[in-house]
Design a protein around this ligand. Structure first.
Ligand code: PMP
Length: 426
């Protein structure tokens, strides 16, 4: 037995399923999860001393790679003066100012501890602000495990086949209206019927929890128009896309301005952080300015702020996203060429520094329905083949892949050589 297998057995005695987040259990791809001992730059090292090129990056945050020296130094400096106070600190304002500068639609921003908290708070705020209960979300979009949003969700909820979790009152779920991603006509129909009851539309501007699906032209613009017509709040969940699709997020890249934005992942530099922000008049309804309650014992934690701010400063260097996008495109196109050479039908898609690939003979994958027509079993074989070659991809056909600045040309060549080899075996 490998160390990872032994550790997984032990873990299952004390932790539900042996993991603290379901998708880590490798359920969708078979086998047992690898247990990580350490990480540096582009690499993860497991407890059996195998090395992997990491295309998950802690599910997005590690855009600089692991243990970037600037982040580590900032953390050490903070540890020396205190790890948390539960009182205001200057670093929180520096962080908020940086976010507001990078994402111009955000006038005011509140820090939280996870992406789930961020989206949950945007929904409560939108409901409190509009005095309406209903929200619109999209099939296959995942916004964390918020009750109202765990309806037809993606990510682990898809892999495990429980898009509607038990434990969510039907009386709450009925306020969540679900429509197909990239289908603006369906959105218009829902609004025509009950537009004056809809508090908000929440969307991943590039869907990253049913693999990687960019918006079709006009989709995000259409959402903006519909929300404006009906006085509903447009929420972009940029927990994944923020600071990754481009420095200013998907909203910058696609030129559509939401009212509220949920953030996470990259802004924590690997520590547990989320944030939500947006237009001043809406954000002014949050306590203590306004009546919509939201709080957090550890929110704005100075360690998390240091790691996050240092990361945001590093990725603000000119050309950072162009270089990372180029790397991502090389991986994306290399996978496609490897598949073509092996006669395996494959669709590849990407946006900035996130990418996806689908084992399917469709021309494009634009919706949850399209995703469900892909060959998940073949994905599992590809995943396990790549793992053996030292390449750690997301262990699910429903997750986007992430590149990091730490990946060298050699790492990418290693990855593509592995892809060519594994494609031949499919
Ligand atoms: N929104 C999106 C788009 C996400 O991808 C995720 C997590 N993958 C979340 C929200 C939830 O974030 P967290 O896991 O930090 O609660």
């Amino acid at each position: 037995m490998t160390q990872s297998e032994t550790l997984f057995e032990n873990a299952q005695q004390y932790i539900p399923g042996g993991v603290n987040s379901p998708v880590r259990a490798f359920k969708g791809v078979g086998g047992t999860p690898i247990f990580i001992k350490t990480a540096k730059g582009a690499y993860l090292y497991d407890e059996d001393d195998n090395r992997y090129i990491d295309f998950i990056g802690s599910w997005g945050p590690m855009i600089l790679g692991h243990r970037d020296q600037r982040v580590i130094d900032a953390l050490h400096a903070q540890i020396d003066v205190g790890v948390g106070y539960g009182a205001p600190t200057a670093i929180e304002t520096a962080m908020a100012k940086k976010i507001c500068e990078l994402v111009p639609s955000i006038d005011l921003v509140r820090m939280v501890n996870s992406g789930t908290e961020a989206t949950m708070s945007t929904i409560r705020l939108a409901r409190g602000y509009t005095g309406r209960d209903k929200i619109v979300k999209f099939e296959g979009c995942y916004h964390g495990h918020v009750d109202s949003l765990l309806v037809k969700a993606g990510s682990g909820a898809l892999t495990l086949g429980v898009p509607n979790s038990p434990g969510i009152p039907a009386s709450l779920a009925e306020h969540t209206l679900t429509v197909p991603f990239n289908d603006i006509e369906s959105v218009r129909r829902v609004f025509a019927e009950m537009g004056d009851e809809i508090a908000a539309v929440i969307v991943e501007p590039v869907a990253g929890n049913m693999n990687c699906i960019p918006p079709v032209p006009g989709f995000l613009e259409g959402l903006r128009n519909v929300c404006d017509q009906h006085g509903s709040v447009l929420i972009f969940d940029e927990v994944m896309t923020g600071f990754r699709v481009s420095l200013g997020g998907a909203q910058e890249r696609f030129g559509v301005t939401p009212d509220l934005t949920a953030l996470g992942k990259v802004i924590g530099g690997g520590l547990p952080v989320g944030a939500f922000g947006g237009k001043r008049d809406i954000m002014s309804h949050i306590s203590p300015l306004g009546p919509v309650y939201q709080a957090g014992t550890l929110s704005g934690n100075p360690l998390a702020m240091r790691a996050g701010l240092t990361t945001l400063e590093a990725i603000s260097e000119p050309g950072f996203h162009d270089r990372l996008t180029e790397k991502t495109n090389t991986v994306r196109d290399g996978f496609k060429r490897a598949a073509n050479a092996a006669g395996v039908p494959l669709v590849v898609q990407s946006a900035g520094a996130m990418f996806g690939f689908f084992f399917t003979d469709q021309n494009q994958v634009n919706s949850f329905e399209d995703v469900m027509r892909c060959d998940a079993e073949r994905f599992g074989r590809f995943f396990n083949g790549m793992l053996k070659e030292g390449v750690y991809l997301a262990p699910s056909a429903f997750e986007a892949g992430f590149t990091s600045a730490a990946m060298s040309d050699e790492d990418i060549e290693h990855t593509l050589t592995a892809a060519r080899k594994v494609m031949e075996t499919l």
